[in-house]
Design a binder for this molecule. Sequence first.
Ligand SMILES: Cc1cc2nc3c(=O)[nH]c(=O)nc-3n(C[C@H](O)[C@H](O)[C@H](O)COP(=O)(O)O)c2cc1C
Length: 165
Amino acid sequence: MKAVVVYESLWGNTAAIARAIAEGIGPGVRALTTSEASGAAVADADLIVAGAPVFGFSLASDKMLQGIAANPGNPPAPPDVSHPSLRSWLDALPHGSGRSAAFETRLSWSPGGATPAIVRALERAGFSPVAKPARFIVKGKFGPLRDGELERARQWGAELAKAME
Ligand SMILES: Cc1cc2nc3c(=O)[nH]c(=O)nc-3n(C[C@H](O)[C@H](O)[C@H](O)COP(=O)(O)O)c2cc1C
């Protein structure tokens, strides 16, 4: 089974969750930025796991990420906006026939979410869901992750691998 985990991450929380999910799925599975996840890297994937932070109650566009980067508030570190948004990566995803799973990082109390848009785009590209979307919680606007979330992500990755058997 070829699985790839693709993520958007400005402050590293989603990147850390993506790496833990990849680890949970199994050896040789990589977590890739939207720049690294080229057409060739995902073309013949049996499983695409895609995740992003919730920004503004939703999945951000490129324009919104640039807006956040220009006016981020008071972050502990500068945001990494060197990669396309997951939304634009999904828009350009070539049609495939594998399965998919979506995840997001977010505050516990927020309405909305990023995964509905991720699921819709993956389905449109031919990748039907193998599991319900997962939510991983941060403690503040810029993180860090709540205790235990990395372990939960590894566990979710292992469940995805099992569901693909
Ligand atoms: C400008 C801004 C807007 C945000 N909007 C939301 C939101 O609407 N809902 C939510 O749950 N979290 C929101 N968050 C929190 C982020 O989703 C959270 O910190 C996420 O883990 C960041 O992921 P990253 O470190 O991978 O960039 C927001 C954070 C920032 C900086």
